[in-house]
Design a binder for this molecule. Structure first.
Ligand SMILES: *[C@@H]1O[C@H](CO)[C@@H](O)[C@H](O)[C@H]1NC(C)=O
Ligand SMILES: *[C@@H]1O[C@H](CO)[C@@H](O)[C@H](O)[C@H]1NC(C)=O
Ligand SMILES: *[C@@H]1O[C@H](CO)[C@@H](O)[C@H](O)[C@H]1NC(C)=O
Ligand SMILES: *[C@@H]1O[C@H](CO)[C@@H](O)[C@H](O)[C@H]1NC(C)=O
Ligand SMILES: *[C@@H]1O[C@H](CO)[C@@H](O)[C@H](O)[C@H]1NC(C)=O
Ligand SMILES: *[C@@H]1O[C@H](CO)[C@@H](O)[C@H](O)[C@H]1NC(C)=O
Length: 407
């Protein structure tokens, strides 16, 4: 507030004096206010740093989908059905995809640089892929970005070192694709599909299914079928192959929602999630608990990288009830961070990296804080953790499990 001397009456000193006092009072108040605000800001910043520093990162699990790929499947009227996609081949990582996952590795190095050693140590870090070429290739490139050799590990002309990537045969995969036959899963899925809710959704999409059956020359009868065709078109489009004219009306817009829904439907409820995402979650809970107890083996283990597919991501996220329906794009990554507070509480934070242009999104398990104490997390997920997967999967009839297609 500017002081206007012309408004002062020199013949009324008292008033003048009073006004001056008021002025000083205002100035003092403003100064005090300013100091308070500064103190407040310092307090907030300090508080944030303290809460931040209050936790110490103890272990990370990184779960990601492979990078951009060539089409893995086709349909009878596909103009590219006879392409060899030389020299890459079908269902393989493209050059764009290689760059994408290498960048993901560099992102991880940046994010966890203070946590991980600056050089690769086999006891500290473990990477496992599904037994599928594009995923194994992806993980090798993530590792290249994450673990460039330091001076002691440099062995020759490449700024690269060989890092093992484990994989279980598809038929025995009990973690990332879970393709071992499980009748109880399919029986439950059939019940869900037969429900009024899903039948109504199927009915509403009948027009799309019929048109797509007509155009693709293959039966398109449900959301999974739409997803199959969508994935093929997406891969062809991303590889600069020309899509047939009919797709203009359907791809991507009309096919996107049914595709997104197909992933959700396959991880619809706790009973289904117990058989799929529940296994990976059970594995991680085991790791978290043994880290907290100090029994983890090897004792230096700090980080796991798991490479899987679109369904790997959605199944895990639906199991944790943190999936916002969206397309699980190439390279989508879930970060699960176990830390310990200064008061000795272990807890987990979950982040979703679904974009390279914004930081990962922090997600919150319903019923928990975004830093979810381990004990509470275990309680909240009890329903989705299989106790004896093989026993629980058994059907008491002669249910025949549908054959799994190509991953
Ligand atoms: C693919 O090859 C088959 C068998 O040779 C042939 O009948 C068909 O016309 C070819 N399709 C296209 C789109 O080239
Ligand atoms: C779906 O369509 C079928 C066949 O037209 C019909 O019998 C059924 O009642 C419909 N279901 C729902 C839930 O809309
Ligand atoms: C079926 O496909 C043909 C071309 O292959 C097209 O002319 C026709 O309109 C399609 N019918 C429907 C119902 O989509
Ligand atoms: C596809 O075309 C775009 C734009 O011209 C280019 O940047 C990209 O490298 C191409 N991708 C492939 C696989 O040829
Ligand atoms: C990425 O994930 C966040 C959290 O689930 C979601 O809010 C956001 O819409 C997603 N972004 C895209 C592009 O799907
Ligand atoms: C058959 O399975 C159902 C559920 O899957 C279960 O409730 C029932 O007890 C089982 N019956 C027998 C005879 O095992």
């Amino acid at each position: 507030m500017a002081f206007d001397p012309s408004k002062e009456n020199p013949f009324k000193p008292c008033r003048c004096f009073c006004q001056k006092r008021k002025r000083y009072k205002t100035a003092t108040l403003a100064m005090l206010g300013g100091i308070l605000i500064v103190l407040l800001v310092i307090g907030v910043v300090l508080g944030m740093t303290l809460t931040h520093n209050d936790k110490e990162l103890k272990m990370i699990h990184i779960i990601m989908r492979h990078g951009k790929r060539t089409p893995a499947d086709t349909f009878p009227t596909d103009p590219h059905i006879n392409d060899t996609l030389y020299p890459i081949g079908w269902g393989q990582l493209t050059n764009d995809g290689k760059e994408q996952v290498f960048e993901a590795g560099k992102f991880l190095r940046k994010r966890y640089d203070a946590f991980l050693s600056d050089h690769y140590l086999p006891d500290e870090y473990y990477s496992q892929s599904t037994d599928v070429d594009r995923t194994k290739a992806s993980l090798q490139l993530v590792n290249a970005g994450l673990w460039p050799p330091n001076s002691r590990q440099t062995w020759g002309p490449l700024k690269w070192q060989a890092i093992p990537v484990y994989a279980e045969p598809l038929t025995q995969d009990m973690l990332l694709l879970v393709r071992k036959p499980c009748p109880a899963y399919h029986i439950e899925r059939d019940l869900v599909v037969a429900s009024e809710e899903i039948q109504a959704k199927l009915n509403a999409s009948r027009g799309l299914f019929e048109a797509m059956t007509n155009y693709t020359g293959r039966p398109v009868e449900d959301f999974d079928d739409v997803m199959d065709v969508y994935s093929t078109l997406k891969a062809e489009d991303g590889f600069n192959l020309t899509l047939p004219d009919w797709t203009k009306e359907y791809y991507p817009d009309k096919m996107l929602e049914p595709t997104i829904f197909s992933f959700v439907l396959n991880a619809w409820n706790d009973k289904m999630n117990r058989f799929k995402g529940g296994l990976l979650l059970k594995k991680m809970i085991g790791d978290w608990q043994s880290k907290a107890k100090g029994t983890i083996s090897p004792p230096a283990r700090k980080a796991f990288l798991y490479g899987g597919h679109d369904s790997t991501i959605v199944n895990l996220m639906r199991t944790l009830k943190v999936w916002d329906s969206q397309m699980p794009e190439y390279g989508i990554t879930v970060l699960l961070e176990l830390s310990k507070t200064s008061s000795g509480i272990y807890g987990v934070e979950i982040f979703l990296r679904n974009s390279t242009s914004v930081p990962p999104f922090k997600l919150t398990i319903p019923g928990c804080d975004s830093f979810c104490p381990l004990d509470q997390l275990v309680d909240l997920t009890r329903n989705v953790i299989p106790e004896n997967w093989d026993e629980e999967c058994k059907s008491n009839g002669t249910y025949e499990v549908p054959e799994a297609g190509q991953p």
